[in-house]
Design a protein around this ligand. Structure first.
Ligand SMILES: Cc1cc2nc3c(=O)[nH]c(=O)nc-3n(C[C@H](O)[C@H](O)[C@H](O)COP(=O)(O)OP(=O)(O)OC[C@H]3O[C@@H](n4cnc5c(N)ncnc54)[C@H](O)[C@@H]3O)c2cc1C
Length: 463
């Protein structure tokens, strides 16, 4: 006979320990809520850490004004102090003013430390497998843990799972678009054994092979950012070494360590309900191995390179966005207005990777930061469910900006504070006092649109 384990009552349950979920859980616990953070995999960090992203992006607008602070910036400060990140450094190709490289493993470790400091109960290897809903409320979450199946009775739930698994299982509505219109999925990998002196010599001698403005850097630098290699990619495709046609790639390197993260592979995303990532992983693995062979044969400085690490999951850019009480649109981004119900801001361009084209992406630049209203986190029709991160209520185009990690930290922090306020007042998430939420966020160091702009000044060391 199996022993019955009593349901566990918790103020706030956060699902998913990526950028949004870590920020949400830390914020909820710091604001006094008993908080459990559930993560399906065995470590925290989500896509930023385990898709080995080239850098966290979106902390500043294109003019150099800081738009995201709060938890995400505290985290980067701690990493910088440790030597795990150079902090916000110049983005020479102009997506925004800055990009923020991190050591992926040290980011994950630091996030775990910060969750511990905040008093979060972290459950790893603990996916949510079922959701119980009665009327307008989620009354229970079923979780498979290494110790067996557990039932949670949450006051509030923050769904930061990227794929919005809780919202889906609770019957929430999603913005209607077919999976085939979603951005493609990728598998990012890290090369070791790169001779940066030779690679950067090639780049300096062939500026037309790289994006305008791309600063080539030096083998003695700690970080380099290369966007291009288009002519070598074209030759590789023509002579049959590469089966995927690409016109450029992004390579973020640590020259002193001989390492570079490469973002180039891609497959069309599938439908979340249809368990498509296994097939995608097979196709992407084939592409990664092809690219590695091509690097060794065709790219100067890479003859001795090898795959030092590969993402531990298929990198999903977009998989469905929940319908909230408000929805962020392309128009909100291109013509921003200051909103009294704003709980976060964003400023990254609308960056849409086309599944079927060789070019890297379609990018629409934003001249000013935009406000994200609280309603984009509030799930329509469910009183105790908030969403955060890449699954917030947004159109396909707006999501092309809001999905970026700095913005995910910000919507996560806002959702965590809102959930703690709702739990402490025993109120519904849609009824949270937004003025109080904003006051609390500002006290925590979050930047909202009514505040004075914080410009960045690059010291020579940062560049
Ligand atoms: C290939 C690629 C390149 C990118 N490049 C950049 C870049 O250079 N810079 C940048 O800033 N952004 C980049 N992005 C975008 C960005 O990485 C993501 O949009 C962002 O990390 C999403 O954060 P999140 O917290 O919403 O979700 P995630 O970080 O994906 O976290 C979701 C977490 O939920 C967990 N989870 C899922 N289901 C369950 C469940 N049932 N129970 C419990 N846990 C669950 C997952 O394991 C995961 O850890 C890129 C994305 C991709 C795919």
């Amino acid at each position: 006979m199996t022993a019955t384990v009593n349901p566990i009552t918790v103020d706030v349950v956060v699902v998913g320990a990526g950028s949004a979920g870590v920020a949400a859980a830390a914020a909820a616990a710091e604001e006094g809520a008993t908080t459990v953070l559930l993560e399906a995999s065995g470590h925290v960090g989500g896509t930023l850490a385990w898709q080995l992203l080239e850098h966290s992006a979106g902390f500043h607008d294109v003019h150099g004004n800081q738009v995201i602070a709060g938890f995400g910036d505290r985290l980067i400060g701690r990493l910088k102090e440790l030597g795990s990140s150079p902090g916000h450094i110049l983005d020479d190709v102009g997506y925004t003013a800055t990009r923020t490289p991190v050591n992926h493993v040290e980011l994950s470790l630091m996030e775990a430390v910060m969750l511990g400091e905040a008093g979060v109960q972290l459950w790893l290897n603990s996916p949510v497998v079922a959701v119980q809903r009665e009327g307008d409320r989620i009354t229970g979450l079923t979780v498979e843990t290494p110790a067996g199946r557990r039932e949670l009775r949450p006051g509030q739930v923050v769904d930061a799972s990227g794929d919005a698994v809780v919202a889906r299982r609770a019957g929430a509505r999603f913005h209607e678009d077919a999976a085939r219109t979603h951005q493609p999925a990728s598998l990012t990998f890290k090369l070791g054994g790169v001779d940066f002196a030779a690679l950067l010599d090639y780049a300096r001698a062939n500026p037309a092979d790289f994006r305008p403005g791309n600063i080539i850097g030096d083998a003695a630098d700690s970080d380099v950012n290369l966007w291009g290699l288009g002519s070598l990619l074209a030759r590789g495709y023509q002579d049959g070494q590469l089966s995927l046609q690409r016109s450029e790639m992004h390579l973020a390197g640590w020259p002193r360590r001989g390492e570079a993260v490469v973002n180039v592979s891609r497959v069309s995303a599938g439908d979340v309900e249809e368990n498509w990532t296994g097939d995608a992983a097979i196709q992407l693995s084939r592409q990664v191995l092809e690219f590695v062979r091509w690097f060794r044969h065709a790219v100067p400085g890479c003859a001795e390179c090898y795959v030092a690490a590969v993402a531990d999951r298929v990198g999903v850019r977009e998989s469905g966005r929940v319908v909230g009480v408000a929805t962020l649109t392309r128009d909100d981004l291109l013509h921003p207005v200051s909103r009294p119900d704003s709980i976060a801001r964003g400023a990254f361009p609308i960056d849409i990777h086309e599944p079927d084209k060789p070019s890297l992406s379609h990018t629409e630049q934003l001249t000013e930061p935009y406000d994200i209203p609280y309603g984009c986190l509030v799930v329509d029709g469910i009183d105790n469910l908030l969403v955060a991160g890449r699954c917030i209520s947004s159109t396909h185009e707006a999501n092309g900006s809001a999905r970026i990690t700095a913005t995910c930290f910000a919507t996560g922090e806002a959702a965590g504070v809102a959930a703690a306020l709702a739990a402490s007042g025993n109120s519904a998430a849609p009824a949270v006092d937004v003025a109080l939420l904003r006051q609390t966020l500002v006290r925590r160091g979050v930047l909202l649109s009514t505040q004075v702009k914080r410009p960045i000044h690059f010291a020579p060391v940062d560049c």
